[in-house]
Design a binder for this molecule. Structure first.
Ligand code: CJB
Length: 820
């Protein structure tokens, strides 16, 4: 603990001396950003001690290591989280107050390291937190994008993407480790050389371009246990002091190309969520960080162990979706080409070392690389994939003789494409989904053929979130209240939070709980006032949908319902509406036009509704600009209602749903993803469930029969709302502006299939569920009870639980204790 290592006075001195040596200033002269840097370096000093200790302990105990390979780590700010996990937050806050600074304001100076898009990247960050806290040796491996997720600005209601230069002032928590640099090769061709002394063919890549991968390490601080793990993100540099192949000596053009390659490769995160764009640079990024990570991992293993056959007992490579799947072939390359193992031995090791997590069934997210591109960029890797495929097809044929359908559906290379999910499944010993329903859909539908062939690989690991960031840090008032009632154990064992259940009926507890919610709503209202210039009533129901903008997540359903409510208020001013604030936050991929149009629609509806005096402020719509981890913490804490309204079967799990629940919001949602398990834990009485089931959706998809025009023609409310998309109600200057959204819902000219998200089918049951929300909220005691029960029932959704399941059932890691 920090208090054991140095005291407040030492810390203050350290901050002052950092300001002096970094900026040649006294602390009175330093800018807020400089203070942030100085404070962070002082904290890093403490972390480094624990980091060294942890690595020493790992070295001594030689535990099995998991490498969590991910294109995305959506870490969020580190300073506050590190202080909390060091259990030094309070002391440092005081120390800084004595120096005349406010820790919250200093935290706000930190850029959000946004090396991820959404759920998948944030999950990786939560997992690292849990791994360190539970005492497991783990490395996150990723890319040091120079520009992370773009910053979103809203101009005239439209999303504008602004580059996120998170490294511009330097990032104090990272450590450059040039001594661990690795070379990564692209392109060229493979020469096969027969070596008579071994009787083997050697595969020599020639005429390639290469870059040097340089690791930067970020500390991952465990909670109160002195463990510090490592997130290793790779940057790329040109190899200009290199020995070009003799063939290329003096090739100036090539040197320039290599410079460009190095510069481009880590430049920017692809801002696509649940969507595969097929860009060559993306495949380069994938191979770049995988090759470097696997080389480093094998090297580290070999330093300690003589026999490479032992690799699976000491290492697991966990593939976070298919993005890192070249791992399978890269490990084969190292084992066969460099370690000189037989193919069979190498395959045995590889398939006992790699494990794959599937995060989506969205067809558009499936990675399929054209052979031409793949083989040109990664010629040796492609050869290896071809051989894996050849042998895999033989296996399929042995199991299903003469069944060409199976080959067609399961081949790794087919129809001119390399199918990364098939490679991941063939090359892994474990394939997991991320919520029970999702895993069942994988087994029974999406990956049915693979499940039938190798059922033993398939398992479920329902996602989780870290309560340390999303309650302890994000909602200090509630965190203190929880601790007051049940002690501190929930911080590292969230199952303890069920002890709050006995307070659900207690009037005093209910009042305190609702008062904390109110304080958090005031905090968010202030944020909205400052950032959006909109005044919201903290006594209104805060109804929140924050997540990436995607049609399947159905922000459109939400805003159509807002339009419907608005119409009702206008038509029936005599009716008693409980004041509501609908809050949205969402980034759309830069090229996803329809998603961006939905943002414009939300803002257009907001303009009209928020400025219509006739509804007396009873309905407000707010679009929070630049939704990201740091403001998410404030938003979850303040939510009354959690919108989880995806088309059933489409959201693999969701994790925002869990963060809302932990903070005492009630879910309005479909029976999708982890919502199913949330309702199971909290009880259907404490949530508002509506809409088609996943079976019904799948049935529509397979057998047709969904006719949106039926709803349009028979339901005047729906018809009215849809007409408002094309009659200028919310876009008087350009009545046609939202035509595409109208078309997408009704299957007129622009789309060939009826709305694949079944929005109109669910509209009325959603509206009805929203009526129930309103009625429930009017009963403040009943609501308070449900809210407490939501928090109290969230124990299952800690990422600590998820990680323990990965450890017990997939990774089999050894727990490490760092001694003083
Ligand atoms: N997910 O964020 C992404 N990006 C993808 O490309 C594919 C899936 C999300 O992963 C989360 C973590 O498992 C899930 O909770 C979420 O449902 C899924 O959309």
């Amino acid at each position: 603990m920090i208090s054991k290592q140095f005291d407040k006075e030492t810390f203050k001195e350290s901050v002052k001396s950092n300001v002096r040596s970094l900026y040649r200033k006294t602390i009175d002269e330093a800018t807020p950003q400089q203070i942030f840097q100085a404070v962070s370096y002082a904290v890093k000093d403490v972390i480094i001690d624990n980091w060294l200790k942890s690595q020493k302990q790992f070295d001594k105990e030689d535990p099995k290591i998991v490498y969590y390979l991910s294109m995305e780590f959506l870490m969020g700010r580190a300073l506050g989280n590190n202080l909390l996990n060091l259990t030094a937050y309070g002391e440092v806050k005081e120390a800084l107050e004595e120096l005349g600074f406010d820790l919250n304001a200093i935290e706000d100076e930190e850029p959000d390291p946004a090396l991820g898009n959404g759920g998948l990247g944030r999950l990786a960050a939560c997992f690292l937190d849990s791994l360190a806290t539970l005492g497991y040796c783990a490395y996150g491996c990723g890319i040091r994008y120079h520009y992370g997720m773009f910053k979103q600005e809203i101009k005239d209601g439209y999303q504008i993407e602004v580059p996120d230069a998170w490294l511009k002032d330097g990032y104090p928590f990272e450590l450059r480790r040039p001594e661990y640099a690795k070379e990564v090769k692209f392109g060229g061709h493979v020469r096969v050389v027969y070596d008579p002394s071994t009787g083997r063919n050697e595969f020599v890549q020639e005429d390639y371009q290469s870059v040097r991968a340089i690791p930067y390490d970020l500390p991952i601080v465990g909670y109160n246990n002195q463990i510090v793990n490592t997130l290793r993100i790779w940057d790329s540099e040109a190899i200009n002091d290199f020995q070009l192949d003799s063939f290329d000596k003096g090739d100036y053009r090539k040197a320039v190309e290599q410079e460009n390659l190095a510069r481009n490769i880590v430049e920017v995160l692809y801002p696509n969520d649940n969507h595969y764009a097929g860009k060559e640079l993306r495949l380069k990024q994938q191979y770049f960080f995988i090759s470097a990570s696997i080389q480093a991992a094998v090297e580290k293993f070999k330093k300690k162990h003589g026999d490479i056959h032992e690799l699976p007992s000491k290492v697991t490579f966990q593939l976070n979706d298919t993005h890192p799947t070249v791992t399978v072939a890269e490990l084969m390359r190292i084992l066969v080409d460099e370690e000189k193992l037989s193919w069979e031995d190498a395959w045995d090791i590889t398939t006992r070392t790699c494990a794959y997590t599937n995060h989506t069934i969205m067809a558009e997210a499936l990675e399929k690389w054209p052979i031409e591109l793949f083989s040109r960029l990664l010629p040796r890797i492609y050869q290896i994939v071809e051989e894996i495929n050849r042998r895999f097809l033989i296996q399929i044929q042995q199991m299903y003789p003469g069944n060409q359908e199976k080959i067609k559906k399961m081949a790794i290379i087919y129809d001119g494409q390399v199918k990364m999910a098939h490679l991941a499944i063939a090359g892994s010993y474990s394939v997991n989904g991320v919520a029970r329903l999702h895993t069942e859909i994988l087994k029974n539908k999406e990956l049915k053929d693979f499940y039938e062939m190798m059922p033993q690989k398939f398992n479920n690991k329902t996602n989780g979130i870290t309560q340390r960031r999303f309650l302890l840090h994000g909602n200090p008032l509630l965190a203190d209240w929880v601790t007051k009632h049940i002690g501190r154990d929930w911080i590292t064992d969230l199952s303890q939070i069920s002890k709050l259940k006995i307070y659900a009926d207690d009037e005093k507890a209910q009042q305190e709980f609702m008062n904390i919610k109110y304080q958090n709503k005031l905090r968010l209202a202030k944020y909205i006032q400052e950032h959006n210039g909109i005044e919201v009533d903290p006594r209104s129901i805060f109804d929140v949908q924050v997540k990436r903008l995607h049609e399947y997540k159905r922000q459109l359903l939400n805003i159509l319902h807002v339009m419907y409510l608005y119409n009702k208020m206008k038509e029936h001013p005599e009716l008693d509406f409980y004041p509501r604030t609908f809050i949205f936050g969402a980034k759309a991929s830069a090229g996803y036009h329809r998603a961006k149009l939905i943002i414009k629609l939300i803002n257009s509806v907001a303009d009209v509704v928020n400025n219509d005096a006739s509804i007396k402020g009873k309905l407000k719509v707010v679009f929070i600009e630049n939704y990201r981890v740091s403001n998410a913490e404030i938003i979850f804490a303040a939510a009354d209602v959690s919108e989880q309204i995806s088309t059933a079967s489409k959201e693999a799990s969701g994790t925002g749903n869990m963060k809302f629940m932990l903070n005492g919001a009630l879910t309005i949602g479909t029976m999708d993803g982890a919502n199913v398990e949330i309702v199971e834990e909290v009880g259907a009485d404490n949530a508002f469930i509506f809409g088609l089931s996943s079976d019904e959706v799948i049935n529509f998809e397979q057998n047709g029969g969904y006719d949106p025009n039926f709803y349009f023609n028979t339901d005047p409310d729906i018809r009215n709302v849809l007409m408002q998309l094309i009659n200028g109600t919310f876009s008087p200057k350009d009545p046609e502006r939202f035509r595409d959204l109208y078309n997408s819902l009704l299957n007129t000219k622009s789309s060939d299939k009826p709305d694949t998200y079944f929005t109109l089918a669910d509209f009325k049951s959603y509206a009805k569920a929203q009526e129930q929300v309103e009625a429930a909220y009017r009963d403040q005691r009943g609501w308070a009870k449900s809210a407490i029960l939501n928090t109290a029932s969230s124990g299952k959704f800690s990422s600590d639980r998820t990680i323990q399941e990965y450890v017990d059932e997939i990774w089999h890691l050894d727990k490490v204790v760092v001694e003083d």
